[in-house]
Design a protein around this ligand. Structure first.
Ligand code: AMP
Length: 398
């Protein structure tokens, strides 16, 4: 049985077709430049294809995607009836959805009412779901898997912001947290790898990529995370500032004559490693520049490592200890220098990294702590698509 997993943006659709018996990815790709022309990149075991297409809308992109899977090069199914269900990544489910759920018109209306909470993501997710429902037969179940759902177990003391409580009641301003599917996947997977039940482990999951967040996963439940109402809070990211003194916002608006859009842009698109270094939001380039003696690139790296160390310490305190630290995401899976910096000096907590092993780990499942380390440290490549496919299978009753 095959499940199609969709991760939609305002002008792109990422997809994976997964054979659920083996959980193997049989095709994956990207429809990009939706509304601006169109290009499709389609990869299968039998080969890959990349070509320009014409999709003015998401619906046409879905039609093209189905064509690529079934008739185009290289085809992996004989007809779209082989696709048993579709799973969609939805960024913001707020406190309305604490688990993945079957999509119907009521859900779409509820999601639309949440657009203010995730204006950059949810409208695109909803548009793509509607387009997909138009392309597939009504008998094909469509399931929403929310980035926020895993964090719905966070207690009130960690999700309420210290602003007037009425504003939480009126606008639902609270910590939601994101990257839930990734934190859920790596914490579950690392427990399997260690050979201990997840409900006996205190895990700190560090998802470090273009967007980064850390989660405290106490016996399988998220009890705190660094991202908040939006994915802007927490550690410094590629172009996002992460947590800063809130007064900086009004100070900048006044001193730099910025309006709401201007200050939002500054915090989301011009800050983080890009803002500090003045060079790049890409960690590889940052490492390269620092190696050539660029002081601000070096500073950006120092800030990232220091913030990671601080959050690891504070989440260990929040859980009353830690058994496992797991790194994932483009940076977490690949940058041994950042992993080392994040753990350096944490021997007092029982975290002892094996520097030799750590140096050689790129995107594979490996323990990188010393054999005797009380706290285990692992690299586990994330697989959000698999989480979405598994939830879809379960919820669709397949
Ligand atoms: P993601 O959003 O998970 O795709 O992660 C993107 C980030 O991972 C970018 O900052 C990349 O520079 C970083 N990254 C990817 N590969 C490597 C690598 N081999 N070494 C260091 N950073 C990497």
């Amino acid at each position: 049985m095959k499940i199609l997993v969709i991760n939609a943006g305002s002008s792109s659709l990422k997809y994976q077709l997964i054979e659920m018996e083996t959980e193997a990815v049989i095709a994956k790709g990207l429809c990009e430049r939706i509304g601006l022309g169109g290009k499709i990149i389609h990869k299968t075991d039998k080969g890959s294809a990349q070509y320009d297409a014409d999709f003015p809308t998401h619906q046409q992109a879905f039609e093209e995607l189905v064509k690529a899977l079934s008739t185009g090069g290289p085809a992996v199914i004989s007809s779209m009836s082989e696709i048993a269900a579709v799973g969609h990544r939805v960024v913001q489910g707020s406190d309305r959805f604490s688990a993945s759920a079957l999509i119907d018109e009521d859900m779409l209306n509820t999601l639309e009412s949440l657009n203010d909470l995730a204006p950059l993501h949810n409208p695109a997710n909803i548009m793509a779901i509607r387009a997909c429902m138009n392309v597939f037969s009504k008998d094909v179940p469509q399931v929403a898997v929310f980035d926020t759902a895993f964090h719905q177990t966070i207690p009130e003391k960690a999700y309420i912001y210290p602003i007037p409580y009425e504003l939480y009641e009126k606008h639902r301003i609270r910590r939601y947290g994101f990257h839930g599917s990734s934190h859920r996947y790596v914490s579950t997977r690392v427990a399997e790898l260690i050979g201990k039940p997840l409900f006996q482990l205190k895990v700190i999951a560090c998802h470090l990529g273009n967007g980064s967040s850390i989660a405290a996963v106490d016996r399988g439940k998220s009890i705190d995370t660094t991202m908040g109402l939006t994915p802007l809070e927490g550690i410094a990211m590629g172009t996002r500032c992460g947590s800063i003194d809130p007064s900086i916002v009004t100070f900048l608006m006044e001193k730099e004559s910025l309006d709401i859009k201007g200050v939002n842009d500054l915090m989301n698109k011009q800050s983080g490693y890009l803002g500090i270094s003045g060079l790049t939001n890409d960690l590889r380039d940052l490492h390269e520049a620092a190696a050539k003696g660029n002081k601000r690139a070096e500073l950006a790296l120092e800030i990232l490592k220091y913030q990671l160390l601080k959050y690891i310490g504070s989440f260990a305190a929040a859980m009353g200890g830690v058994d496992v630290v797991v790194f994932t995401g483009g940076i977490g899976e690949n940058s041994h220098k950042i992993r080392l910096g994040a753990c350096a000096g944490l021997e007092f907590m029982g975290i002892e990294l094996d520097e030799e092993v750590n140096k050689d780990v790129f995107s594979r499942e490996v323990e990188i702590s010393k054999p005797g380390s009380r706290v285990k440290v692992w690299v586990v490549p994330t697989n959000e698509e698999l989480v979405i496919a598994r939830d879809t299978k379960e919820i669709a009753g397949l």
